[in-house]
Design a protein. Sequence first.
Length: 581
Amino acid sequence: MAERKKKTRSTSSSADPATQYALDVTAGKILAGPDIRAACARHLRDLAEGPQRGLIWDVEAVTRVIDFFAKVLKLNGGEHEGQPFILLPWQCFIAGSLFGWKGPDGTRRFRMSYIESGKGSGKSPLAGGIGLYLLMADQEPRAEVYAAATKKDQAMILFRDAVTMVDQSPALSKRITKSGGAGKEWNLAFLQSGSFFKPISSDDGQSGPRPHGALIDEVHEHKTNQVVEMMRAGTKGRRQALIFLITNSGHDKTSVCFEYHEYGRKVAAGDLVDDSFFSFICSLDEGDDPFKDEGCWPKANPSLGYTFELKYLREQVTQARGMPSKESTVRRLNFCQWVEAADPWINSDTWMSCEGDYALEELQGEECYGGLDLSGSRDLTALALFFPKQRKLFVEFWTPKDTMLDRAKTDHVPYDSWVRDGYVHAPPGKAVNYGFVAVRIGELAAMFNIRCLAFDQYRIKYLEPELEKESVSVVLIPHGQGYFKAQGSGLWMPRSIEVFEERLNDKTIIIRRNPCLRWNAASAVLEADQKDNRIFAKKKSTGRIDGVVASAMAIGAAEDAEIEEEGDLDGFFDDPIIVGT
């Protein structure tokens, strides 16, 4: 065993293509983002330390899979039609890593891989080629290879790439039998070993797949982990099955895709040890802005200059600058940024142009209206106060101290720093203690003329006793959160959102700067009914949005009060809840 390790291990002086990529990235000869740099460092570290735990780097296996692409497979489409599939350096690193690393028993080390890169990098052809290699070159008897997805149409996209490769390659077309008519193929069979390659989806109703290889595309579109788990469950009888996940960056940080994204980042960085998991995640460094600096573009687009040119990305950025609604999509698909929602509520530049710094003492005694969004054990509790005459808004937050660090990791935001800097309150406990909220409301009521607090019905019954206990006298007004107006006030979210947006777009509001509130705004997503009444969609949002919900309620309450004073609305304050009197 020791002799084999010495024989197959690469050296920097005579490196195989996979190791050469890692060396070039580490030396700065190839520009790459932090997560790819970490993956390359892991590879080089394992070359040095891996033998101690039985890992073997098989250069012959690396050469074999790279040669399979170059000598057997052909590309298709446009100027690449019929050309040999010569793997780019980053693709050599992926394919070489997956097939070159072996465990103590001689079988492949990696059983799951997660690949995330910019759109158009060539992930799907790479996946199709790996599927064909698993089908016929891996010496696996009765290998089952699947192009898997939640829907059959989605599974067919990657499968068709593989079918086209078979058609383009004389070597493959002689050895692989296709089932189905031209353009309607549904199976590729390698009869010599009794193996097949076919599309499959979770809605097929098929039971018992035993994949030697599972290629899963567009993971960011998967609502659940069902497809991945269906494939993983079937691999238990295979000695070196491979699950190959490919995706663009997504927008939902509660999704299964983001879980794999974060897991892959941690494994590459060495924060988690999992010798069976490989990741190649394109990402930008902190501070990189692809809309301002073209120099960072290759970090998210490792095939830039090969599968597409700078002109394409420049066109995307130009259009996004002119159409703010497209900005989030371009950042996500072309620059691998999990920064905003798929359809963000407000443009980040618009929000930040309304931010300002001012002391609360400047508003002493002024009239204001509040919005209160109470939390349980996980969300933020948020209190917003809006001063219509001064056009100023500020929001205060509470989060449970005992679980703060765990939730900072889950939500991927620095709650501890925000607490330290005074942007968030963190009372002790595993849930927000409403006694602390009641005390703060009392302090603010002593400073300002709070006309009313608009509230969400959720958990208000737990706050009312605390307000009475602290002798805080404040008018509580219900505010509808969905598509229905609250009884007794007529307040509802569609109108409050509309008024909030008007102030943001017209810059008739000054928002006291708070990074937690800014994160809330960047995370917010709207949904609409058939009449285009819009509300905040918490389940679709990419992070917590409690601060903007509270802000909308405060601004909506202020506007309705103004209309009432003008005599245009009957019934405002008809049935207020007055606590503390």
